[in-house]
Ligand binder design. Sequence first.
Ligand code: 1JT
Length: 257
Amino acid sequence: MEKILEGKTGVIFGVANKRSIAWACAQAVARQGMRLAFTYMGERMEKSVRELAAEMPNSLCLPCDVTQPETIDEVFKVVGKEFGGLDFLLHGVAFAKREELVGDFFNTSREGYMLAHEVSAYSLTAITRRALPLMEGRGGAIVTLTYIGGERVVQNYNVMGIAKAALEASVRYLAHDLGPRGIRVNAISAGPIRTLSASGVSGFTDILDHIAEHAPLRRNITAEEVGDTCLFLASPLSRGITGSIVYVDAGYHVMGV
Ligand code: 1JT
């Protein structure tokens, strides 16, 4: 069958290893013919991201620390030179210090608050602004990853919830800005998945068990399911959708008690 993203290009921010949700998103769009560039954060991630990217023909692998604006500039300089234009951006970047994801939210430090927001929320805007010249005139789609802790209280999610609220509001404002240029901006609110970010979050197994018991589908979701929704949001099948938060959470978000 004909591939729906043949000839399209994309940049994927936020792959750490094969369990990353961003990697599942990358695989879904690459399977439909999209050519990809990956960014990695620091030398510690370089090897694993390069090994994964090597599975994809003609892919690029570039260093990027979203708190260092010059490194974002460099990503789009190289992508512009190599790809000549851009149709898709996946933002799958988030960070908070471990100690901020436990106990009372009111104990969040100023630095911890700022860092979580800089990496997890502001980076979407910083990346989008630099991607814009390459996306101009060819439509395109931007997708980010969020979690229900951004709109409802999830114990211990704390400052990440505040940052995800800012990220989700950014999606709406960016959708408004970029709509006239034919660029769509959406977020996927994924249910909990065992990834590197989730590892070491105390009580994560209890959260997974709770979802499996209470979500309408009575199970947890997979990264592949998020990837397939990402493919939908990256493709013309979703051409009428922008500014939306799409839930891939086995229906959990509809529950009251
Ligand atoms: C980050 C981390 C972002 C974990 C994340 C995240 N988005 C979802 N999770 C999983 C999670 C984490 C907690 C939670 C429920 C789900 C780790 C640090 C980097 C950013 O609390 C109940 C804490």
